[in-house]
Design a protein around this ligand. Structure first.
Ligand SMILES: *Cc1c(COP(=O)(O)O)cnc(C)c1O
Length: 399
């Protein structure tokens, strides 16, 4: 058979973070004592009152289709949250509810990109941006940020890569994998360039609830009218409410883009799961105390984990201000060996760590940094303690 498959599809890399998480899970299932720092999701259960709302929806027979772009009541709840939390005014009609933030991003790229439009993606970046943009016909333009700038894109770096073909900038704050949070001033400078060059900003704010000790989440769209018009704000329930499996994400955008995404979605998936949408109304409008408790727990682990990393000679990190990740620099270990195996990149470092010390971390090649790994503190304090003992022992054995 000589039938050709889709060139676009063949160019897509499968999600590497999911692959390692799966491998660690599999090793655990085989009875190995694995400590996994690879998860990209909260470790706590979905708050009870949210699950109860879903059970009630089933009992009440609310199990039919909704409008393709989502339930009006949920859009209203999202609009209310945008106003009170983000100081952003979106009418319910400007909101589209999708199957997770990942799906929202895919809708955004499909709605705004034409073949060979450039999408600026600051590295390190969440692996999905480049692949999702490519699927929509876009060309990712990766800009490597600097450690001395806390891995944040500067306005100068942004302006340098703008061309006539630039259609959008992807901005993720709080950031996965670095945990960095852009300040108001940094966002103002970036916004100025985006407006001057007439570029869309795809603002991925899924970690917005998780900012610690003085770091403040600012939505770039809230800065002024000009940037508001050019921004598509993406968020979702997965991270803040420990609802990853429910698959609910959403966007706030201009009415024109919202309508376009609504029609794309109406042909591709129809509405996101009705029961999950009803549970999401409860999440956004109900008791928020568990969200606060989760945040307090993360903050404690964040500080403990950073202090343990800093105790290990050769490892270095910038203390994260948000999300639940630490981005760890291992460049000091490049060229060193573990029992004859040479470490040439974070991928080697992580593979040996998993095989020999049963600790899973995510090497960040696919995030655009091959001498860093990502460690998630969405695990218990005990696991952080044991895992860091092992990592320390491993690093000390590298010669
Ligand atoms: C987890 C995550 C998302 C979205 O996750 P969904 O479960 O699809 O809502 C989006 N962006 C980043 C950076 C993430 O880490």
């Amino acid at each position: 058979m000589s039938l050709e498959l889709s060139q676009k599809a063949l160019k897509i890399k499968p999600s590497s973070t999911m692959a390692i998480t799966e491998l660690a899970k599999q090793m655990k299932a085989e009875g190995k004592d694995i400590i996994s720092f690879s998860a990209g999701e909260p470790d706590s259960r979905t708050p009870e009152h949210i699950s109860e709302a879903a059970k009630k929806a089933i009992d009440d027979g609310l199990t039919k289709y909704t409008a393709a772009s989502g339930l009006m009541e949920l859009k209203q709840a999202v609009a209310g949250k945008f106003l009170s939390f983000n100081h952003l005014k979106y009418e319910p009609e400007q909101i589209v509810i999708s199957n997770g933030g990942k799906h929202s991003l895919s809708n955004v790229f499909t709605a705004i990109l034409n073949e060979s439009d450039e999408v600026i993606i600051p590295a390190p970046y969440w692996v999905t941006y480049s692949e999702s943009a490519k699927l929509a016909g876009g060309v990712p333009v990766i800009v490597t940020t600097k450690k001395e700038n806390a891995y944040k894109l500067t306005a100068e770096e942004f302006e340098t890569v703008c061309t006539k073909k630039t259609k959008a900038l992807v901005l993720n704050s709080p950031n996965n994998p670095t945990g960095m949070v852009y300040t108001r001033k940094e966002l103002e400078e970036i916004a100025k360039i985006a407006v001057a060059h007439d570029i869309y900003v795809v603002a991925d704010e899924v970690y917005e609830y998780l900012c610690y000790e003085g770091a403040e989440h600012i939505s770039i769209a809230s800065l002024n009218d000009e940037i508001y018009k050019r921004t598509i704000t993406v968020s979702g329930l997965s991270k803040g409410y420990s609802m990853t499996g429910w698959r609910i994400g959403y966007t706030g955008s201009s009415l024109e883009i919202a309508k376009l995404m609504g029609s794309i979605q109406s042909q591709q998936t129809s509405n996101p799961n009705t029961i999950a949408q009803i549970a999401s109304i409860e999440a956004l409008t109900g008791d928020q105390s568990e969200v606060e408790l989760m945040k307090t727990a993360y903050n404690k682990r964040r500080k403990y984990l950073c202090s343990r990393i800093q105790e290990v000679p050769g490892l270095s990190c910038i203390e994260p201000q948000g999300a639940f990740y630490v981005f760890v620099d291992i460049s000091d270990f490049l060229g060193k060996e573990y029992k004859g195996q040479q470490i040439n990149a974070a991928a080697d470092f992580a593979r040996i760590l998993l095989e020999e010390y049963s600790v899973a971390v995510i090497p960040c090649e696919d995030f655009g940094f091959d001498d860093h790994f990502r460690i998630s503190y969405s695990v218990s304090m005990e696991e952080i303690e044991t895992g860091m003992e092992r990592i320390k022992e491993y690093c000390e054995s590298l010669t």
